[in-house]
Design a protein around this ligand. Sequence first.
Ligand code: URA
Length: 272
Amino acid sequence: MIRLQKFLANAGVASRRGAEKIIAEGRVSVNDQIIREMGVQIDENYDVVKLDGEIIKHAEKKVYIMLNKPVGFITTVSDDKGRPTVMELVSDISSRIYPVGRLDYDTEGLLLLTNDGDLTFRITHPKHDIAKTYVAEVTGDVSMDTIIQLRRGVMLDGQKTSPAEVEVVGATQYGTKIEITIHEGRNRQVRRMFEALGCVVKKLKRTKEAGLTLGHLPVGKWRKLSESEVNMLKKIEAVSSSKSKSVISQGRKSVKPFSRNTNRKNTPKRGR
Ligand code: URA
């Protein structure tokens, strides 16, 4: 149950004080009964509230969560082929949330889910240049020449990928561990960038997106974003429209010439 004036304010109809005024003016009805007194409680799920005869929809509380998606789940709300979807991993959230963008079936890592359509639009719209960081485990050794080509851009579908930040961060049983930050969201982009240069990605994990970091969240688990994380995401529009770069776009670096100590072949740098 919620007070009528709070319901109207939450729905964006007016401020709390403004809502009291329009109630007093007799413009608001609950289940077709005009209400003029303050303090009436309504049930948002059952009562029909109208302002000047128009139904006011209740504003659903916004939910923002981060999931560490395991391999073997698809990032859709449902799947006609019956494959497991990420929604099965967040079934204890009652709001109708959905994934923000995509992570491939065979990719692990940071996936946002929300019921905030505006935020989803801002994060997924190409013009916002949102930075996404992945750690790729690639077979064999990766030459400095390959790293430089990844940084400068690789031709995919006749179009060069935009500059990326790329570093060797370690070695694995398969070969080389590489951290790559891209600013686009083309289909299977990271895998295809490596493939185009003759490298096979054995494992791919997204570790950062839009200034958020996966941290130590276990695979298959989720957590609500903190207030400061949500506030940071809400700044995306302001950041992009002022054309400045921030933590969200991670201050895309220009492609720097490689330094002497990174110009060695097959020498993974550990513990970045
Ligand atoms: N790039 C890929 O290749 N796969 C993903 O899931 C995300 C980025």
